[in-house]
Design a protein around this ligand. Structure first.
Ligand SMILES: Cc1ncc(COP(=O)(O)O)c(C=O)c1O
Length: 314
């Protein structure tokens, strides 16, 4: 937290912190994978860049550079001796005054790391999930900027997720203010029909997902046509395949929407091909041609790694 390593149980902020009252925080979710070449964070620089973009939109200035915060992420993983973990960098307005005007409140930051498996359940990656179209829509573009990963946006995400959970679904898909498909509560969405992949564009109230970008790149490399185009709700029901993408959800097939079976009602072949490619890349099983992996241990800090291995085996 703000430059110090703090025990989990001591990682506290004041109840008067602005963020608690007004959602004045921006955050990231990244993953570190346990590759054969050692732990590596997937697209760390892109996540940190998006964090600073999110902060800029809300006029938040933090006193560390993106490169320094990136180093702090790696330090935090090393301090916890994790080989694989989820990473949650957060910038927020702390305590000064409790007016809505946040400018006097200090911009603080923390990085949390913890072990987190499959977000939508262990079966989800293989068997797919059942989802509903949410009765809650995404915010209009000039209400809440969806390009900023602001904590405030997740009030909307919670409404979507709670409704879906209470209705017995794994997720909800939100529509944009016009009624076109936007995204899940914490995932982007892809629709496959006749071997063409379509995903809603940034203008349709989505977060510019980093996994979305990875899937667009990998799908094109596999020879598929990918379109960033507005998706009418009904085209979901008649798709051959639908899948979610996200750092937490990774690539999760959707097997039914509103109780309508998608394609064959299980993971489709294109979803599986992209999943295989994705997991090969994140786990370092194929060459990292895009420079997407940042290794936690380098020549410079190899002694810390040896210490980790020794403490794990002793
Ligand atoms: C609302 C929303 N959309 C999409 C995503 C997927 O983004 P990414 O692939 O960068 O994790 C997330 C997760 O961060 C999200 O919260």
């Amino acid at each position: 937290m703000d430059g110090s390593l703090v025990d989990w149980s001591d990682a506290k902020i004041h109840i008067g912190a602005h963020v608690v009252h007004y959602g004045s925080g921006v955050f990231e979710g990244a993953r570190c994978y346990d590759t054969e070449q050692g732990p590596a964070v997937f697209r760390l620089d892109t996540h940190i860049r998006r964090l600073y973009d999110s902060a800029k939109i809300y006029r938040m200035d933090y006193n560390l550079s993106p490169a320094e915060l990136q180093d702090a992420v790696l330090d935090t993983i090393r301090a916890n001796h994790y080989r694989a973990c989820y990473i949650r960098p957060l910038m927020y307005r702390g305590y000064d005054s409790l007016g809505v005007n946040p400018f006097s409140c200090p911009v603080e930051a923390a990085i949390l790391v913890w072990e987190w498996g499959a977000y939508l359940g262990d079966d989800a990656l293989e068997r797919g999930v059942d989802v509903q179209i949410s009765s809650w829509g995404r915010g209009a573009p000039n209400r809440f900027p969806s390009v900023s990963k602001s904590t405030a946006n997740y009030a909307n995400a919670q409404l979507i997720k709670m409704e879906a959970t209470l209705n017995g679904y794994a997720e909800g898909i939100a529509l944009d203010p016009r009624g076109f498909v936007s995204e899940g509560s914490g995932q982007n969405i892809f629709v496959v029909r006749d071997n063409i992949l379509t995903t809603p564009p940034l203008a349709d109230s989505i977060l510019p997902g980093i996994t979305r970008d990875v899937v667009i790149t990998l799908a094109k490399e596999l020879g598929f046509m990918v379109k960033e185009e507005t998706v009418p709700r009904e085209t979901l029901y008649i798709a051959d395949e639908v899948f979610f993408t996200g750092t937490a959800a990774e690539i999760s097939p959707v097997r039914s929407i509103d109780k309508i079976s998608i394609g064959g009602g299980s993971r489709g072949p294109i979803t599986e091909a992209i999943q295989n490619q994705f997991f090969d890349v994140v786990n370092g099983r194929t060459q990292d041609t895009h420079g997407w992996l940042t290794y936690v241990y380098t020549e410079d800090n190899a002694s810390e790694r040896r210490a980790t291995v020794t403490s794990e085996t002793s």
